[in-house]
Design a binder for this molecule. Structure first.
Ligand code: PMP
Length: 455
């Protein structure tokens, strides 16, 4: 180690820090990598290594690290009004201006925003608001929310229940009652002998089967990510969303698009719902809203839903930090940067297509079964046999091997099982995309070498 502080920080981690989604014992043994600085699309660790952040922090760093405008927006707001709540008939300028700015960007007819501190809280808010909506309409039995296996909607009790992550449900008796799940539209992993199109229809039809099983009179809403992120950048076959829309039109239930990852430009459109023309009733947002500079999430509500809850009296729900003025000021400035620098257009017309083209070149690699992506989202499936899509045995830990080669070689790429995923900052340049893809290729080579040397 070059930096004596690294060991000190790692000792603090071992002795005091309970890190999210971590095996505490393993983390204590290995010690965390300490990230100390960010600039543009790059991070530095405490040992001085420069790393290309292929995951935008945690899908959130849209405008790049180290933006002075956001520092200014936060410090100006802290000086002016560091905090005030938005409860009990009060508000402040940044929260109102941000609600308006978000409504202007959101799909038509989505004009009302409830603010939270995170995406999980956005989905907790959604669960309560959806049930309140149906109660206001005199249909209080409509309580059940349908989510998807391997969807991700957060880590609070409601968020983790709405999500379909088995390893999360196993801890803490989840899901809570009133939440059920249908299969995901993951053709590469689960489509078997079906064509992607036929599988997309099959997966969508599971929604109708579940509505009929639970009873339309009991179903409140369906929640889904336009493209599943944490589940492995799962891009549904083209047949999926149109069929889901047909089913939603047939039954009287609400549709919630979880836009926490897809929102604010990731797909090259402002929202994943624009990309797929989903016309949801509600959208959960977070991450790219503030580029992660400060925590903030929310729920955008359609005029149709608003018309009902507007007549419903008090909605007894809110967080101390709902619409926090500093977060709102940063959010506003972040949206200004995204708009004025044409960042979302660049993802659509320039850097997004370029990333997809360059990533596509990796499909020829012997370890790669499929490369897929939209905008600045991408996934690389690692397989033992390309033609049959056969995986290596899970004990081989191929994804984790690849991830650790990436980390050692200056690239952050995440592994979901044996699916490598990327979601770089939206400001990534073409030269930086070249670097990302070349590093990824080198790490695929190193992974394959390691697997072959084990035989
Ligand atoms: N929904 C989706 C689609 C997400 O990806 C995430 C976070 N990865 C969340 C909700 C939860 O957001 P948070 O971690 O801010 O609570």
């Amino acid at each position: 180690m070059n930096n004596p502080k690294t060991a000190q920080w790692q000792a603090m981690s071992r002795d005091h820090h309970l890190a999210p989604f971590s095996d505490f014992k393993q983390l204590a043994e290995q010690g965390p990598r300490i990230i100390t600085k960010g600039e543009g699309v790059y991070l530095w660790d405490s040992e001085g290594h420069k790393i290309l952040d292929g995951m935008a922090g945690l899908w959130c760093m849209a405008v790049g690290y180290g933006r002075e405008e956001l520092v200014q927006a936060a410090s100006n707001q802290m000086r002016e009004l560091a905090f005030y709540n938005t409860f009990f008939m009060t508000a402040h300028p940044p929260v109102l201006e941000l609600a308006k700015a978000i409504s202007d960007l959101a799909p038509a007819g989505m004009n009302h925003v409830f603010f939270t501190g995170s995406g999980s809280e956005g989905n907790d808010t959604m669960l309560r608001l959806v049930r309140h909506y149906w109660a206001c309409k005199g249909q209080p039995n409509k309580k059940v929310i349908i989510g998807r296996i391997n969807g991700y909607h957060g880590s609070t009790v409601a968020g983790a229940s709405l999500g379909g992550m088995k390893f999360m449900h196993e801890q803490g008796d989840l899901p809570i009652p009133g939440i059920v799940h249908i299969p995901q539209p993951y053709w590469f992993g689960e489509g078997g002998e079906m064509s992607p199109e036929a599988f997309g229809i099959w997966a969508a039809d599971q929604l109708e089967a579940k509505i009929l099983e639970v009873g339309e009179e009991n179903v409140a809403a369906f929640i889904a990510e336009p493209i599943q992120g944490a589940g492995g950048v799962i891009i549904p076959p083209a047949s999926y969303w149109p069929r889901i829309k047909e089913i939603l039109a047939k039954y009287d239930i609400l549709f919630v698009a979880d836009e926490v990852i897809c929102g604010f430009g990731r797909t090259g459109e402002w929202f994943g719902s624009d990309y797929y023309d989903l016309a949801p009733d509600m959208m959960t947002i977070a991450k790219g809203l503030t580029s992660g500079y400060v925590p903030m999430g929310g729920l955008i509500v359609s005029d149709k839903v608003f018309a009902v809850i507007n007549e419903g009296g008090d909605f007894n729900h809110g967080f101390t930090y709902s619409g926090h003025p500093v977060a709102a000021a940063v959010g506003l400035e972040n949206l200004r940067i995204l708009k004025e620098e044409g960042i979302v257009e660049a993802v659509k017309n320039d850097t997004g297509p370029y990333l997809q083209q360059r990533l596509g070149e990796l499909a020829a690699h012997p370890l790669v079964g499929e490369v897929r992506g939209v905008g600045l989202l991408g996934a690389i499936e690692l397989v033992q046999d390309k033609a049959s899509r056969k995986r290596y045995p899970s004990e081989a830990g191929v994804g984790m091997i690849c991830r650790s080669h990436c980390f050692s070689n200056g690239l952050i790429m995440r592994a979901v099982g044996d699916t490598m995923i990327i979601a770089p900052p939206l400001v990534i340049s073409k030269a930086e995309i070249d670097e990302l893809v070349e590093k990824a290729r080198q790490c695929l080579d190193l992974t394959l070498e390691q697997l072959q040397s084990r035989k």
